[in-house]
Design a binder for this molecule. Structure first.
Ligand code: NDP
Ligand code: 2IT
Length: 449
């Protein structure tokens, strides 16, 4: 793999050397550098100011021990991370992921992507991400609480409402944010908006829970209307995952008249030809925290299939990967294309492999990349920060209307950048370029730092 531009080749060779073996991080960096080729050609000052060398190196990476005691009285040790990737346009901002696959590479890819995503929202937020290899599955509520308290005891040294503001991601929802917030408040003796996604009784924003999924559908709607003169009415939709993003993506898709026929978790997927019963799915996933096979056990006619990959063989018009990174690979993409998919929009972070993206683009499938399409969650986190600073709360409708406008703005910014650089409709390049421009200009204006 190499670029036409020498500056890009030098930067990427250094990234490969310095981050050897970190495949997710290298994948994310490669995709962005590839998109930036025409920008680097047109703007030689980027090299003069060392913008790309600085952009690919996190400002700070904190790695720490998280000791905690399980219900059997045994001491457990996990590894915690926080990457403070880029603060050119605002305090570091990004979620915390609790999943056994969490490692430096995963946290760095997420923090790198977050920098561009946050820029696209138009709000003043830098890029950060964190998490731990702790596995929340099968843990009791008290174990989750003790873990979160230990995690925050160390993390509290590095974050603050004007420094770095974490939030949720895989394995971190309202329950975990509540425990993390309680421990921060206790340690610092201050009640500030240091986390977003908080409970509604202590500074959380209305519509934050729904924001990523709703935002994904606002983006998808714009993409269908502008690039295919179409909409979601009567479209058949497949959504991977059944967590926070997937559930609220399904909810909004249904209000737009679409039929969601399949959803998944890490054990497999359910197909329901009648359309997913979202109340039942919420009961199983949000209330009982049970496995998705339960849906098929309770809903007549629904079928469970073990394994995650098969979900992409379900015939649909619109596919929304909302679980994790590298889900549809080339095989999955080919199956979707063979079944006539017209649009793919990414709710998860980097869910499509590079080969899958190439396959969608080659076959004329509309493609909404994660940085743009799933930015509604962090955008609404930004709105939560604003409300906390004002000591005020907006209504659900007010927040939702702002979110909708932000998603329209992101679509327009990505489309506009794709036009300016002669790749009209390529939203991967458009989103990467539009997100980059603001960060790069701020970095140049602030001098070498
Ligand atoms: P949740 O923890 O609520 O849900 C995650 C879902 O994805 C679950 O159904 C889970 O299944 C499934 N999943 C997780 N890991 C894997 C895996 N390795 N293989 C197969 N399935 C998996 O997380 P979210 O819904 O918050 O996050 C989903 C995606 O969206 C992530 O990529 C996240 O980074 C991204 N995102 C989240 C935002 C937010 O606001 N929460 C904002 C923007 C992006 P199981 O329960 O079996 O593990
Ligand atoms: O990937 C993401 O954008 C998130 N997990 C949300 C981050 C946030 O700060 O709300």
């Amino acid at each position: 793999m190499s670029f036409k531009n020498d500056y890009l080749n030098r930067v990427y060779a250094d990234v490969e050397k310095r981050n050897a073996g970190e495949k997710e991080f290298l994948q994310a960096v490669y995709e962005v550098l590839e998109s930036l080729e025409p920008v680097v050609e047109a703007r030689p000052e980027l090299e003069k100011h060392g913008v790309l060398e600085r952009l690919v190196e996190p400002e700070r990476m904190i790695v720490f021990r998280i000791p905690w005691v399980d219900d059997a009285g045994k001491v457990q040790v996990n590894r915690g991370f926080r990457v403070q990737f880029n603060s050119a346009i605002g305090p570091y901002k990004g979620g915390l992921r609790l999943h056994p696959s969490v490692c430096a590479s995963v946290i760095k890819f997420l923090g790198f992507e977050q920098t561009f995503k946050n820029s696209l929202t138009g709000l003043p937020m830098g890029g950060g991400k964190g998490g731990s290899d702790f596995d929340p599955k099968g843990k009791s509520d008290l174990e989750i609480m003790r873990f979160c308290q230990s995690f925050m005891t160390e993390l509290s040294k590095y974050i603050g409402p004007d420094t770095d503001v974490p939030a949720g991601d895989i394995g971190v929802g309202a329950r975990e944010v509540g425990y993390l917030f309680g421990q921060y408040k206790r340690m610092k003796d201050e009640f500030t908006g240091v986390l977003t996604g908080k409970g509604l009784t202590f500074g959380g924003s209305l519509a934050r829970k729904q924001a990523t999924g709703y935002g994904l559908l606002y983006f998808t709607k714009e993409m269908l209307a502008n690039l295919a003169n179409s909409d979601l009415q009567d479209k058949v939709v497949v959504i991977s995952g059944s967590g926070n993003v997937a559930i609220y993506a399904a909810e909004k898709a249904m209000t737009y008249g679409a039929k969601v026929v399949a959803m998944s978790d890490s054990s497999g997927y359910v197909y329901d030809a009648e359309g997913i019963d979202l109340d039942l799915m919420k009961q199983i996933k949000e209330v009982e925290r049970a496995r998705i096979v339960e849906y098929a056990n309770r809903k007549p006619g629904a079928v469970f299939t073990a394994g995650c990959k098969g979900i992409w063989t379900v015939k649909c018009d619109v596919a929304l990967p909302c679980a994790t990174q590298n889900e549809p690979d080339e095989e999955g993409a080919k199956a979707l294309v063979a079944n006539g998919v017209m649009a793919v929009a990414e709710g998860a972070n980097m869910p499509s492999t590079p080969e899958a993206i190439a396959c969608f683009q080659k076959n004329g499938v509309l493609f909404g990349p994660a940085k743009a399409a799933n930015a509604g969650g962090v955008a609404t986190s930004g709105l939560e920060m604003s409300q906390n600073s004002m000591r005020y709360s907006w209504t659900f409708e007010e927040v939702d209307a702002k979110l909708h406008q932000i998603m329209i703005g992101i679509f327009e910014a990505a489309l506009d950048a794709s036009k300016r650089y002669g790749v009209e409709g390529n939203l991967v390049m458009g989103a990467n370029i539009a997100g980059f421009e603001k960060v790069a200009n701020a970095m140049i204006a602030q001098g070498v730092c």
